[in-house]
Ligand binder design. Structure first.
Ligand code: NAD
Ligand code: MG
Length: 367
């Protein structure tokens, strides 16, 4: 490859008049003027959390042009903050500051901040501009792209929300230096997912590059994030509101959500549950005759190389899985719809898995 991957890379999410760029590279956060083209007016509010603020708030502010009216709001860390109450705090701060319809919100943080700030922007004065500045790998490759915004309700995760696209996504790969290794692995689960569902060549590259990614080597990170975002952008451009192909992004997630719900959210990270879930999906695909034993072994090896779990929780029975899986949003007319693999690099939606095959897989999968 002749180009250097330490140069910033850019790609576009093609959604007509709502199209937007994703910029990826080291040092983008403090880069003066980088955000200027995406500001709707003079009023800017940076929303972040108590963990990210001391690390990156100053740098984010330094990247904004002089002369703007800039406010900051620092919320508590954690999934519990992704609530309507926090969104109200954002709206309160905007109204108290007298922010108008041409203000811009900047979401600086992981997926929790991104989802919540996006939703606050979608509703404030019927919709204002927002920019995603994701600082976790998961947010950089997944939640900041595609326009799904929202908050949790006491009766369900992500139950209140809207589709609202950002003006731009700014991915500074340097921010990953401070990310806890478990969070990095959780993000790698989603990266692996893109290879498994849609890009065998990328999957093969990931198999070679996993040590470099875990060592945070910038060129590899940039490439992994760029390809992941490109694959997600392609899918979102085809199916913005999840009527069809966007469902493929849920590979491993039906199993994974069952694990998260059974344990109570926050025991395993989402990406960890998805890691084990993707292996379950691969095993089931093999039982349907689609994947070979060798292909399942490759799937297991890459999940292991990313330091993700290869087993289901010890206290979770096959029936525990089934009870949760039957509640999955993808199911239609109570038929279980699963995302499975026809090939490595080719996913499909499948709603005709024989129940005995699934029951067998769930019972025999290692704990
Ligand atoms: P998160 O936002 O909770 O971040 C994980 C942890 O890392 C937090 O403690 C955070 O404060 C910390 N952190 C963030 N950046 C850091 C950095 N650079 N250095 C050190 N610590 C840092 O979790 P997440 O995994 O980023 O996102 C999960 C959320 O994203 C969930 O709420 C999920 O529902 C949502 N999500 C949304 C979509 C979507 O399409 N909108 C897709 C996937 C996930
Ligand atoms: Mg996910």
């Amino acid at each position: 490859m002749s180009e250097t991957l330490t140069d910033p890379r850019s790609l576009e999410v093609a959604l007509g008049s709502r199209s937007y760029p994703i910029h990826i590279g080291p040092g983008l956060l403090g880069d003066p003027g980088r955000l200027t083209p995406y500001l709707a007016g003079q009023q800017v509010m940076i929303v972040t959390n108590e963990t990210v603020a001391p690390l990156y708030l100053e740098r984010c502010r330094a990247g904004l042009p002089a002369g703007l009216e800039v406010r900051e709001l620092v919320l508590p860390d954690g999934e519990a903050t992704k609530s309507l109450a926090s969104v109200e705090r954002i709206w309160d701060a905007l109204l108290e500051a007298g922010f108008n319809r041409r203000c811009t919100l900047i979401a600086l943080g992981g997926g929790v901040i991104g989802d919540m700030v996006g939703f606050a922007a979608a509703c404030y004065q019927r919709g204002v501009a927002f920019i995603q500045v994701p600082t976790t790998l998961l947010a950089q490759v997944d939640s900041s792209v595609g326009g799904k915004t929202g908050v949790n309700h006491p009766l369900g995760k992500n139950m209140i929300g809207a589709f609202w696209q950002p003006r731009a996504v700014l991915v500074d790969t340097d921010t990953l230096a401070t990310l806890p290794p478990r969070e990095l692995s959780a993000g790698l689960a989603e990266v692996i997912k893109y290879g498994l569902i849609r890009d065998a060549e990328f999957l093969a590259w990931l198999e070679e590059s996993m040590p470099a990614l875990r060592a945070l080597e910038t060129p590899s990170l940039t490439r992994a994030i760029e390809r992941s975002c490109a694959l997600k952008a392609e899918i979102v451009a085809e199916d913005e509101t999840e009527q069809g192909v966007r469902a493929l992004l849920n590979l491993g997630h039906t199993f994974g959500h069952a694990i998260e719900a059974h344990q109570g959210y926050g025991i395993w990270l989402h990406g960890e549950a998805v890691g084990a879930g993707m292996l379950m999906a691969a095993e089931l695909s093999a039982r349907l005759g689609w994947l070979s034993a060798e292909q399942v072994a490759r799937t297991r090896a890459i999940i292991e190389a990313a330091a993700l779990p290869l087993t289901a929780p010890a206290d979770m029975s096959a029936e525990d899985f089934l009870v949760r899986m039957r509640l999955d949003k993808k199911n239609i007319n109570s038929r279980l719809r699963l995302i499975l693999l026809r090939e490595l690099g080719e996913a499909c939606v499948h709603d005709a898995t024989p129940p005995e095959l699934l029951g067998d897989l769930l019972a025999s999968f290692p704990r």
